[in-house]
Design a protein around this ligand. Structure first.
Ligand SMILES: Nc1ncnc2c1ncn2[C@@H]1O[C@H](COP(=O)(O)OP(=O)(O)O)[C@@H](O)[C@H]1O
Ligand SMILES: [Mg+2]
Length: 334
């Protein structure tokens, strides 16, 4: 559906050149919700804005539905953009227009007749449950309601792709959940492909199928969400997953004096419910000291990590680690 190849984007800043996106390669399948997570300034907005050419790529190629969009003329670009809806952190509604008029706006630009617009807008209002707010102005709405208007507007032209640039970042957790539920419903009912950027792992955990982590303009890790949670390869992934600065935590543990071997277990699904650690202690002549741990519910499976200090004979510890590796947990000696 969407293929990004060797994409880079630079900005001139006086005499300086900033590479906001560096050699990004990603593939998003049809019907997928693909998350891109990164800290502020990582290049998330620049990357997503290249997908509808709100930002012109400096290098590389983006193919959508087989069409190379980096090489389109104005009319070609207009056609592609019709297939791509977008929502933003601060909603970007037209404050002088009512809810109805905001949603009608892209349809008017398409030259749709008044009666067709009316029927389409009413369907959309019903879909996002805002029929009673159709004559209100944005300033009279809550954040969640504003984002639902923006979603209805983004869907007006029946796009195939929806881009969300921090679409839930300005919302409280409960409203975030309701907007994510709406996006998930839309994805299923319209077979929409969604690319969503966020700095919150909660959002990724809730609705994304796959996720890429962007740092300093580069994708440093990309995987299915459950795989990433089970086996995060980078410190940044770990930091996002544990919801706290894992980096600092692990460093602080490592800076303390330990007699034993430190290991980190990452586990997923049923293995998180198995008494793996107590079985290990029973089977081998070792002691296990729990230093830190965290279990999360992710799309109805459990994921988590545990940092242990193993004490005992070297050989027993080696065998115990081999045992753990056999139990569908990933084990790293740290
Ligand atoms: N129009 C611009 N001109 C110059 N620098 C920019 C511009 N847009 C973004 N940048 C720089 O590119 C980097 C990535 O920004 P951005 O894509 O907005 O990150 P994010 O969305 O992850 O916070 C930052 O260093 C930012 O300052
Ligand atoms: Mg941004």
């Amino acid at each position: 559906m969407i293929t990004i190849e060797n994409l880079s984007k630079s900005f001139e800043n006086g005499d300086d050149k900033i590479w906001a996106v560096k050699n990004v390669n990603l593939h998003v399948n049809e019907g997928e919700i693909f998350g891109i997570i990164g800290l502020s300034g990582a290049g998330k907005s620049t990357l997503i804005r290249c997908l509808n050419r709100l930002e012109e790529p400096t290098e590389g190629k983006i193919t959508i539905d087989g069409v190379d969009i980096t090489n389109l003329d104005k009319s070609g670009l207009r056609r592609v953009r019709k297939d791509i809806g977008m929502i933003f952190q601060h909603f970007n509604l037209l404050s002088q227009k009512t809810v109805y008029e905001n949603i009608a706006f892209p349809l008017e630009l398409e030259g749709m007749s008044k009666s067709e617009i009316k029927s389409r807008v009413n369907t959309l209002l019903d879909y996002v449950e805002l029929v009673d707010k159709k004559d209100s102005y944005p300033s009279q709405l809550s954040g969640g309601q504003k984002q639902r208007v923006a979603i209805a507007r983004a869907l007006a032209n029946n796009p195939k792709i929806l881009l969300s640039d921090e679409g839930t970042s300005a919302l409280d957790p409960k409203t975030t959940k309701s907007i994510l539920d709406l996006l998930n419903r839309i994805r299923k009912e319209f077979n929409l492909t969604i690319v969503l950027i966020t700095h919150q792992m909660e959002v990724v955990k809730d609705i994304c199928d796959k996720v890429a982590i962007i740092e300093d303009g580069e994708i440093i890790e990309s995987n299915k969400v459950d795989e990433l949670f089970r086996n995060p390869k980078t410190k940044t992934a770990n930091a996002f997953i544990s919801g706290l600065d894992f980096n600092i935590e692990e460093e602080s543990i490592k800076s303390r004096e330990f007699k034993g071997t430190l290991i980190r277990l990452s586990y997923l699904g049923d293995s998180a419910k198995e008494p793996i650690v107590s079985k290990m202690v029973k089977n081998f002549n070792i002691h296990a000291n729990i230093l830190s741990g965290n279990i999360n519910e992710l799309m109805s499976t459990s994921v988590g990590y545990l940092i242990l200090e193993l004490l005992g004979d070297d050989n027993e510890i080696k065998n115990a680690i081999a045992y753990l590796k056999n139990q569908n947990v990933s084990v790293e000696v740290i």
